[in-house]
Design a binder for this molecule. Structure first.
Ligand SMILES: [Ca+2]
Ligand SMILES: [Ca+2]
Length: 447
């Protein structure tokens, strides 16, 4: 069923479901900015009932999340620049398409399947199956719009989907013979496991624990795992939680928290540290760290064509940010938290090695928590090629931006939305999927 929402339809859904969404947000609370004592304007309908008293302070929503009948403030966000002309050497249609005005592109969302709180999607090279993680612990296989009866992996006895916890990330090794699963265990601590994968299933008895990281609070667990263009494994970890980074983990490379890690699970036991990891020469720093200064890099991805790194880092109470590093240039980046929140000050002067986001936005229009996606490289919507797609958990609007270097060339809403957009997926053809924590998984299609 195609779902090319008009704005009025989007708003109707948003208003009708807002109370439920906010309740889900508080109880499930994948939303960092929304979960931890950020401001004085607590929304009574989103008070948490599930968070243990020892965890984060009472959940609240920024005032902008208060249910209202107000429509999202903007339809098309203003263009920040014009489309560039294709270069003179007539480098063909692809180049022209990549310069297409994003505001002219019509897309829709087509529901593929509905699952139990889908949080992450992965594919194996040469395999058309979509592997999707459910927050409650299962990894399921989706083929031709149907869910295979037998789960690929079932961690539902090893994790609990509460607060921001659960099964949070999956990825396959480059050879497709290992499935990596990132989750919080029964104590709420981060685990990254590897499982042998064959005959469409992961062997639970083959479990190898790659990483075990204690989590001081229930929120900001990060948990996204992906294989980079260097075939190494990247894992994002939040600052550990609560609010404001009370332990200063973001700026401390002595802890794995608040960082993007890079390891080589294909060597060593249980893994090797890549020789060019950036902190090998720094006393007291954790050698797994690739970049730091992150608050909750809930979703990050690599451009499958260029290898560029995109990190969507969830903000505290003011700014949601998107960070970017050209291929091979992201090592040792300090993304600024908790001295910086987005492109503004949070608790001090910028660190000497600060890397500002390429894009950030505020909480207007009910937005609350950035959900990072992918650079579109599919064929279904050629005009989107080269644009980075992302959303926000609270308004679910799918947006696109295109960079020229580190400058935002264009930033638009694609005028489609889904409830509780928590993640994106990308298949082997570069087509994009949108995962709603309420269940549906959608495919991005021409509008
Ligand atoms: Ca945590
Ligand atoms: Ca930052």
């Amino acid at each position: 069923m195609s779902w090319p929402l008009s704005w009025s339809a989007t708003c109707a859904i948003a208003v009708t479901d807002l109370r439920r969404l906010l309740a889900a947000l508080a109880a499930l609370g994948l939303l960092a900015g929304c979960t931890a004592g950020d401001g004085p304007n607590a929304g009574p309908s989103v008070a948490p009932s599930s968070a243990p008293a020892t965890e984060a302070p009472a959940t609240e929503a920024p005032a902008s999340q208060t249910p209202s009948a107000q429509a999202p403030a903007t339809e098309r966000e203003p263009e920040s620049g014009g489309g560039s002309e294709p270069s003179g050497d007539a480098s063909e249609q692809a180049a022209r398409q990549e310069g297409q005005d994003l505001a002219t592109i019509a897309v829709g969302l087509q529901e593929v399947v509905s699952l139990d709180q889908p949080t992450a999607m992965a594919v194996r090279r040469g395999d058309e199956t979509l592997f999707i993680a459910e927050r409650t612990g299962r990894v399921v296989a989706v083929r031709d719009g149907s869910v295979a009866e037998q789960a690929v992996l079932d961690l539902s006895e090893q994790t609990v989907a509460e607060s921001e916890r659960g099964l949070l990330g999956i990825a396959f090794s480059p050879d497709g013979r290992t499935l990596y699963a990132s989750y919080t265990n029964l104590d709420g601590d981060t685990r990254l496991d590897a499982y042998d994968f064959a005959d469409a299933t992961a062997d639970p008895s083959s479990r190898r624990e790659l990483l075990a990281v204690d989590q001081p609070f229930a929120n900001h667990n990060g948990g996204n795992v992906a294989i980079g263009p260097d075939d190494l494994l990247y894992l994002g970890l939040g600052d550990g939680g609560s609010a404001g980074d009370p332990h200063g983990h973001g700026q401390d490379p002595g802890t794995l928290l608040g960082s993007l890690l890079r390891i080589d699970p294909g060597s060593g036991d249980p893994y090797a540290i890549p020789e060019d990891n950036p902190f090998l020469d720094r006393a007291g720093a954790q050698p797994e760290i690739y970049a730091y200064g992150l608050r909750n890099p809930w979703r990050f991805s690599f451009d499958r064509d260029t290898g560029d790194l995109w990190i969507a880092d969830v903000g505290q109470g003011a700014r949601e940010e998107i960070d970017y590093a050209p291929s091979g240039q992201g090592a040792r980046a300090n993304y600024g938290w908790n001295l910086r929140e987005g492109a503004i000050s949070y608790s001090g002067e910028p660190p000497a090695d600060n890397v500002e986001p390429v894009f950030d936005y505020g909480r207007d229009g009910g937005r609350c928590s950035v959900t990072g996606g992918y650079v579109y490289r599919g064929a279904a919507v050629p005009g989107l090629r080269g644009a980075y797609l992302y959303s926000d958990y609270c308004d679910g609007v799918i947006r696109a931006l295109r960079l020229d270097g580190r400058e935002v060339e264009q930033s638009v809403s694609l005028d489609i939305a889904a409830p509780a957009v928590v993640s994106f997926g990308q298949d082997n053809d570069g087509e994009l999927y949108v995962l709603s924590l309420e269940g549906p998984v959608y495919r991005l299609v021409p509008g």
